[in-house]
Design a protein around this ligand. Sequence first.
Ligand code: SAM
Length: 377
Amino acid sequence: LVEIKEGKARIFIPDPKEYEKNGKFDPSWAPVFYNPRMMFNRDISVIAVSIISPKSIIDALAASGIRGIRYYLESNSPIEEIIFNDKSKVAVDLISKNVEANGVKVAKITNRDANSLLYEVITDYVDIDPFGSPSPFILSSVNAVKNGGYIAYTATDLAPLEGSAKKSCKRKYDVNNSKLSFSKEVGLRVLLSKIVREAAVLEKAVEPIFAFYNDYYYRVIIRVTRGAKRADESIEKLGYFYECEKCGFSGSSKDPIEKCPRCGNKVKISGPVWLGKINDDSFVHKMIDYLQNFSYIKNFEAVSILLHKILQENKYPSGYYNLEFIASKYKINVPAREKIIECLGDASQTHFSSKGIKTSKSFDEILECMKTLSNKV
Ligand code: SAM
């Protein structure tokens, strides 16, 4: 074991050097999983939990226990109990050591299958941080959360979510997905669609509070409330994205369409996807305010940049425009993104892609700006 520091926690993890293969190391090769690349995800989660301020937490797939430990040490919440769970015995032994080393007095450690545990407990906040898809844990986590409680999901299976592995997407998310030019955002909305439909089975409604893409994963935090009618209202916000293979026009619709409303050619579609808001403005504002208390985190600057981008792009409708894709359809140079945003007036960057913009202006207005600016390149 080696001791590492993350946020205010000091934890023991298996020594990566012992599990290297040909000088390379993948965190999944170690007997207990710890990935430093997920620190950003955990930093953001600690800030979110300090706003949510739960009394009880379930870290259902805890591995080293790093998440729950950081929530205890850093979120300043009135936490009375944190259940750390993992089905691996080695992980649970390590959690005991780490919990003790960090003085987590409210810890309860269980060595269970997460699903069976989640059907027996009730809590304010559940964290689902699996290998790959969170789908197998959606129904049970929604079941475990109190009325008005919160759940955070990580998903690292971007191939199905972004429409590259279509069959897998159908199996895991029951969504007919396609690879679109703005699939980075579609993926997050595929995940939310699945969560909304699973929650509806239990007559619960889902409200996305905070959601983002980073590196190789999505992270979404939702609020769950009881009520069949409310669940119906969540389902009402599902629909389809389409994108024309010929003219590049894209948009969303309540029902799947076959032909491009702009040029009449065939469109690719993805759905059902969540078409409602993915971030709650007041929550993002609070995240920005609370961030000041976390000046010690390594990712302070990057978190601040993400939060401000999300706040800006949250003003605009679902979906973004991929400037490279549009430029390639019209055989023009790609003008600088900032110039296009300036030309449109009412537009912003998007954290989903460095080549994307969000706007409420029309496709033809974007094209007009791009053509004018591209002549000047
Ligand atoms: N949350 C950790 C972190 O932030 O470092 C990482 C969790 S790791 C990606 C996933 C963990 O889930 C592994 O430790 C694995 O043993 C555990 N796991 C996988 N399937 C499980 C199940 N059905 N029930 C409980 N634990 C499970």
